[in-house]
Write a protein that binds this ligand. Structure first.
Ligand code: ZN
Length: 170
């Protein structure tokens, strides 16, 4: 999923969390939104490592635990319990939404042969990714193929963005 979809999903999460518990402050909202997209900063690392970023160690539950612990240690005293829970939920939601791409490919709903695997069990088990000579973000065919081949992901992403925009203006 693209960062726009992650941001939209995280915004829906923020609104749901605020409705169930206490409303977040503006700074907490920004931090939760950033948490929902922060894992994709490894796109830069994937260029140098020549591997799909979903297969990097930065897209693992262990990385999520480390990011969440760091954020709570740094911002902890200023964060409500709701914000701490939503930051963790946003990080986990990111990984789950990325996993959907792999499921879409496995179910043969897409036009792709394979998708990079997320290493859910790292460090106990690692699925090695093939080398990616041309980084996806610099590959024009990726942007053309994405809407054509990953139709489920695009529909889901579009739905999430529409719901997030509706909630924002509601
Ligand atoms: Zn991601």
């Amino acid at each position: 999923m693209l960062p726009t979809g992650h941001l939209a999903a995280t915004y829906i999460l923020v609104r749901a969390g605020s409705a169930i518990s206490q409303p977040l402050s503006l700074s907490e909202t920004i931090l939760v939104l950033a948490s929902g997209a922060i894992l994709d900063l490894d796109l830069l690392g994937s260029i140098f490592l020549k591997k799909p970023h979903h297969s990097l160690l930065t897209h693992t539950p262990l990385a999520i635990f480390l990011v969440w612990t760091t954020l709570v240690l740094v911002f902890g005293p200023d964060l409500s319990l709701t914000a701490k829970i939503l930051i963790l939920a946003a990080l986990l939601l990111h990984l789950f939404l990325d996993q959907l791409v792999d499921w879409e490919v496995q179910k043969k709903w897409s036009g792709l042969e394979q998708a990079a695997k997320i290493n859910w069990l790292y460090p106990f088990k690692t699925v090695r990714a093939p080398l990616q000579e041309k980084p996806l973000i610099f590959d024009p065919s990726f942007y053309l193929d994405y809407p054509k081949k990953l139709k489920f992901s695009v529909c889901l992403e579009t739905t999430l963005i529409l719901i997030a925009v509706f909630l924002f203006f509601k």
